[in-house]
Design a binder for this molecule. Structure first.
Ligand code: GRF
Length: 205
């Protein structure tokens, strides 16, 4: 029997992308992947309720609870190891991934970004800032990108993108909603393809 890829989703807020991945799994659309852990960098966020409703184990690992970045990173890495996580999906996770996790999970950390990278990415480009920048630049198209995570914010290899039109009269909110709808389709699809590829290659740990 081929192994099922164990997925952790890291969140900091609403968790709608995490929920989209879990729902795809429940609907049988992610045969090679199983979301077994949700880690939130913040307590009390909606993502934790969504994880609980879906019956997925979740935990809060908050930076302020640790003396420094490396202790915070070590706790996160330990949680991933304890659950034998194969791939890590960032979904609205607002903390930078540390060097130890990047090394351990090299090529197996995915992120979703609400714009067409390499445009509108990098430090400070998150949430409404992204959509504001797209609108101010007068772009005709926007969209979302799933990419591999490396040391630089939003710069790792692109795995897939979906596009949406920017419409006259769009606000950051209306554009964000149109992009988010696509995110919920794209991320589960990429997780599926990525997991199946890992299984086929026999490269999973
Ligand atoms: C999404 O727009 C995602 O692209 C970005 O943060 C947002 C997270 O939304 N990285 P949610 O928490 O998945 O609802």
């Amino acid at each position: 029997m081929p192994k099922v890829i164990r997925v952790a989703v890291l969140v900091s807020g609403a968790g709608s992308n995490m929920e989209a991945i879990v729902k795809a799994q429940m609907a049988g659309r992610l045969p090679g992947a199983n979301v077994v852990l949700v880690i939130s960098s913040k307590a009390g966020v909606q993502a934790l309720d969504r994880a609980a409703r879906a019956g997925v184990k979740s935990m809060v690992i908050e930076r302020p609870a640790f003396p420094d970045d490396s202790a915070f990173e070590a706790a996160t890495l330990e949680a991933l190891r304890e659950e034998n996580i194969d791939i890590v999906c960032l979904a609205g996770y607002l903390k930078k991934i540390g060097p130890e996790i990047l090394r351990t999970y090299h090529g197996r950390i995915l992120n979703i970004h609400p714009a067409l990278l390499p445009k509108f990415g990098g430090p400070g480009m998150y949430g409404h800032y992204v959509h504001e920048a797209v609108l101010s630049a007068g772009e005709k198209m926007s969209g979302c990108t799933v990419h591999l995570v490396d040391e630089e914010f939003d710069r790792g290899p692109v795995l897939a993108q979906s596009t949406v039109p920017v419409l006259p009269g769009d606000t950051p909110e209306t554009l964000a909603a149109r992009v988010l709808e696509q995110e919920h389709k794209l991320y589960p699809k990429v997780v599926r393809e990525f997991s199946e590829k890992l299984i086929r290659s026999g490269a999973q740990p």
